[in-house]
Design a protein around this ligand. Structure first.
Ligand SMILES: NC(=O)c1ccc[n+]([C@@H]2O[C@H](COP(=O)([O-])OP(=O)(O)OC[C@H]3O[C@@H](n4cnc5c(N)ncnc54)[C@H](OP(=O)(O)O)[C@@H]3O)[C@@H](O)[C@H]2O)c1
Length: 343
């Protein structure tokens, strides 16, 4: 089968076309014929910093949409021919290959109303955003019969892959006032298109901009009880502590430099890390919630509650096109998601 991989950590042009044997499904694994993928910052970080063992190749890629080709003996959730989507596992070969093995517990049904490419944009970022909101921060769902006091969520770096679906989930499934950050006119417009109530600029002092928003609205915003840092959280940390209401919650997902957690004490702020690979990496007892989560996101897409976050389709899944996608992501200026389709 065709695949794209690399044999030493390096620049985007270290990706190369490979020919590999088709793997065989066993246990709870599905063998999926991959149709479309998207590219995430984790692909670029691994390619730049994680060399495979001498003489071996590493195939990257996490998001995938495809069709189940065959199943292991213990599979109960899917059968050959099913259209699926998923974000894979960080400790297994990736989806930049024609056929791919994945544990059924982290796979969902592909949303029927979306093309393979439009769907491929979403699994990894949707799992991350969902787990941030509902598992780590435990934000109440609108539908839950729970009286909540008004609160604001600030999402820093909201125009990227994660922010684009996180803003949608927060706006459509919760009662929060949603403020995103973006620094350019096109990223500001995109964050509003995803559903934010307001946008502020992460390159300008953020507390003053929030105060200005309150003036424009003719009254204070609900207390900022939740902040999610998606990008450069170490650089923003002191401002985020200043912005958060006492007893608020700060969640983050990036790979920041050191920051001083002692600053959280005075306001009794809590800190929450999210890594969407944790459940598969540790085979946690609740790993299958990612199957249910992906199915629920598929339903919400099919109902028109959520939309795809694709911005760029770069063509076939080749070494050259993947290299171009890695380069765009490494610019730090991506809007929404980049997808590739077919081999
Ligand atoms: N822990 C997990 O499970 C998990 C999951 C997914 C992603 N991640 C990590 O989370 C990070 C974000 O992922 P992503 O896919 O959303 O990335 P992305 O798509 O590459 O994000 C691009 C966005 O980052 C914004 N940005 C650039 N500089 C910024 C700054 N100084 N402050 C705030 N925002 C800035 C840009 O907005 P402007 O152009 O408007 O400045 C741009 O739209 C990455 O480090 C990724 O590896 C972790």
């Amino acid at each position: 089968m065709k695949a794209v991989g690399y044999n030493h950590a390096g620049a985007a042009d270290s990706l190369q076309a490979l020919e590999q044997p088709i793997p065989v499904a066993s246990g709870r694994d599905l063998l999926v014929r991959v149709q479309a993928i998207s590219v995430n910052p984790v692909d670029t970080k691994l390619r730049a910093g994680a060399s495979p063992a001498a003489g071996e190749y590493k195939v990257l890629g996490f998001d995938a949409v495809g069709v189940v080709h065959s199943v292991g003996a213990d599979v109960t959730l899917f059968k050959p021919g099913d259209a699926v989507w998923y974000a894979g596992a960080i400790d297994r070969p990736g989806t930049n290959s024609e056929f791919h093995l994945v544990d059924e517990r982290i796979v969902g049904r592909k949303p029927a109303s979306l093309s393979a490419a439009d769907a491929a944009a979403l699994p990894l970022t949707a799992i991350t955003a969902w787990e941030l909101l509902f598992d780590r921060l435990q934000v109440p769902r609108v539908a839950a019969e729970k009286i909540t006091s008004p609160a604001t969520l600030l999402v820093v770096g909201a125009a990227g892959g994660v922010g684009s679906i996180l803003i949608q989930l927060a706006r459509r499934l919760t009662d929060l006032t949603v403020v995103g950050t973006a620094s350019r006119s096109e990223t500001c417009a995109w964050v509003m298109e995803m559903g934010a109530h307001h946008v502020i600029d992460h390159h300008q002092p953020m507390p003053a901009q929030l105060a200005q928003l309150a003036l424009q609205a003719g009254g204070p915003l609900p207390p900022v009880h939740y902040v999610i840092g998606l990008s450069q959280t170490d650089r923003h940390f002191e401002q985020l502590v200043e912005i958060l209401a006492p007893q608020g919650k700060l969640a983050l997902i990036d790979d920041p430099g050191p920051f001083d957690a002692r600053l959280l004490k005075r306001k009794s702020l809590s800190l929450h890390w999210e890594l969407m690979f944790t459940r598969s990496l540790y085979q946690t007892d609740d790993m299958q919630v990612q199957h249910a989560l992906l199915n629920e996101v598929a339903d919400l897409l099919d109902q028109g509650v959520l939309r795809t976050t694709v911005r760029q389709h770069l063509g076939l899944i080749t070494a050259a096109n993947l290299g171009a996608a890695h380069g765009l992501l490494e610019s730090g200026r991506t809007i929404g998601k980049i997808v590739l389709e077919g081999f």
